[in-house]
Design a protein around this ligand. Structure first.
Ligand code: MSP
Length: 508
């Protein structure tokens, strides 16, 4: 049986409409999932929506609808956004689903039975936007350090999760598994946080009803973060399908931004330890996307939806930009001008020109068929380098490095065409030399379409078709299909087609 590969995004709050910040994580997870599918892994790519808690309850109240109605409406908007971006998630979880309640209650009961949850009284400063308590020391000018909004004093009799008991076990675990939190700088932040000392936290609420009741005390509902983190276990059958859970857990990658790293690299692993379960293989915290550039500097990032950009750039153009423009670990600016410039340079020019030049020449010089000849020029070695670079870059989630290698191959191929000038050999009547060079270029295009397919699936599939190849690039398998000459192509009918990425003029 093929390897299980399980990758997740955070489940997004339904108080907000999907914006390019959410899309940033989701597109990367999608590219990773597609890359592993090409390797024949049995991939489970999970995303979804986080629908409980005070924040959602209040958002619904403000609109005069029930929390469930509000959650239904917004959750659907996330699904629509992911459809628009060709996100290939295998499952979409909602925390208001029955399967999730079942799983959360089973998980809680396990942790309770293991003696890590106890009743206590708590008075604390609560930020509703964060759905988290703060101490006086955490506040900045008396306000929530994240949202700069007033916090509320809340007194509750709550059940507490004994996080403090996991301080040493977590430090020991991370010492033995340095790859578990990435990148390195983020792991150090997590270690620093744990070393400051971990406090027990309240994991139930009596002040609200919008949540999952505790199985042993239904007057309390589960704290939204405790409920939300368990989604990753629900989706693979925790408490419902032990065989599926054993096959899928632990997860390979949790992708998220640094804002919620603490929940994923401290709370969640401690919860899993308390339930006697293995910890995630990798928690990867990427940087934050900010808005820069002139045209959008007055717009907050939260107001830019994928649907604002896809009509102009296409879903491939959107995906390409957000995956290659920034280094995945670090913060960076989004700018509309930068997006247009990169689209034109990399997609319209480099990629699009290579495809149209090669197809055009092969149409007129080789009777519209893939020639039965190869020059065995430099592209063969360059294609191998591109693939090897990707194989090395992906495990570190170096997306820009991985696809940078494909675009290097594209530039190499464009340069090779200039150097070997098949139009000259054609003019000189040397059909064999012309066919040999174009044969190399067509084989390179096949490999480019294959390797770029996780990032720009539409254009890659269309190019595949124009090359007269069977099926789709998704059906090909790595590493075999990345080998030069691994697929018999001679005689395949070619098609010229329109520009894959028409040039753009900035319109904002
Ligand atoms: N519901 C919680 C997550 C629970 S996971 C068990 C939550 N939701 S959220 O809607 O606020 O989503 C936060 C996540 O959205 C970030 O961790 C990141 O994945 C993504 N992003 C939101 N804005 C972003 C940027 N500006 N830049 C990069 N990613 C961003 O927290």
């Amino acid at each position: 049986m093929s390897d299980s590969f399980y990758v997740t995004t955070p489940i997004y709050y339904v108080n907000d409409a999907p914006h390019i910040g959410h899309a940033y994580t989701t597109v990367h997870a999608d590219v990773l999932a597609r890359w592993r599918r090409l390797h024949g892994d049995d991939v489970l790519f999970l995303t979804g929506t986080d629908e409980h808690g005070l924040k959602i309850q209040r958002a619904a109240e403000e609109r005069g609808v029930s929390p469930q109605e509000w959650a239904d409406t917004t959750s659907a908007r996330f699904r629509d956004a992911w459809t628009l971006l060709d996100i290939s998630n295998d499952d979409f979880i909602r925390t208001t689903e029955d399967r999730h309640r079942v799983s959360v209650q089973a998980f809680l009961q396990e942790v309770y039975d293991n003696g890590y949850i106890a009743l206590d009284t708590y008075e604390g400063l609560y930020c509703v936007a964060c759905e988290a308590y703060y101490t006086d020391d955490d506040l900045v000018d008396g306000l929530c350090p994240i949202h700069r909004r007033p916090v509320e004093t809340v007194t509750e009799e709550n059940y507490f999760f004994q996080l403090s008991r996991f301080e040493q076990p977590l430090l020991d675990y991370y010492a033995a598994h340095p790859e578990a939190v990435q990148p390195d700088g983020k792991r150090n932040e997590v270690l620093g946080f744990i070393k400051q000392g971990l406090r027990d936290f309240s994991m139930s609420r009596t002040s609200i009803t919008w949540g999952i009741p505790l199985p042993w005390d239904p007057n309390h509902v589960t704290y939204v973060w405790y409920d939300a983190l368990i989604n990753y276990a629900t989706a693979v059958g925790f408490g419902a399908d032990p065989a599926e859970f054993a096959r899928r857990w632990p997860v390979q990658y949790h992708l998220l931004a640094k804002d919620i790293l603490r929940f994923h690299a401290v709370y969640w692993p401690a919860m899993l330890m308390a339930a006697g379960l293995p910890l995630p293989e990798h928690v990867f915290a990427h940087g934050y996307l900010l808005v820069g550039g002139e045209k959008m500097s007055k717009t907050s990032l939260n107001n830019i939806a994928p649907a604002d950009l896809v009509p102009e750039f296409g879903s491939d153009g959107f995906r390409y930009h957000f995956v290659t423009d920034l280094h995945f670990g670090q913060d960076g600016d989004f700018s509309y001008e930068g997006m247009v410039a990169r689209y034109n340079a990399d997609l319209a020019n480099n990629f699009g020109n290579l495809a149209s030049r090669v197809l055009n020449m092969a149409m007129s010089y080789c009777d519209g068929r893939v020639p039965d000849a190869r020059a065995d020029g430099p592209l063969r070695a360059q294609a191998a380098v591109a693939f090897e670079t990707m194989e090395a870059a992906f495990p570190a989630l170096d997306f820009s490095g991985a696809f940078g290698a494909v675009w290097q191959l594209i530039r190499d191929a464009n340069a090779y065409i200039e150097d070997s000038a098949p139009w000259k050999t054609h003019k000189a009547g040397d059909a064999a030399a012309t066919a040999a060079v174009l044969g190399d270029c067509l084989e390179t295009l096949r490999i480019v379409a294959l390797l770029a397919s996780p990032l720009i699936p539409r254009a890659a599939t269309e190019l595949w078709r124009r090359l007269g190849l069977d099926g789709t690039p998704e059906q090909a398998r790595l590493p075999e299909s990345a080998q030069w000459g691994s697929v018999p192509t001679a005689g395949n009918p070619l098609e010229k087609g329109a520009a894959l990425f028409p040039r753009l003029e900035p319109t904002l």
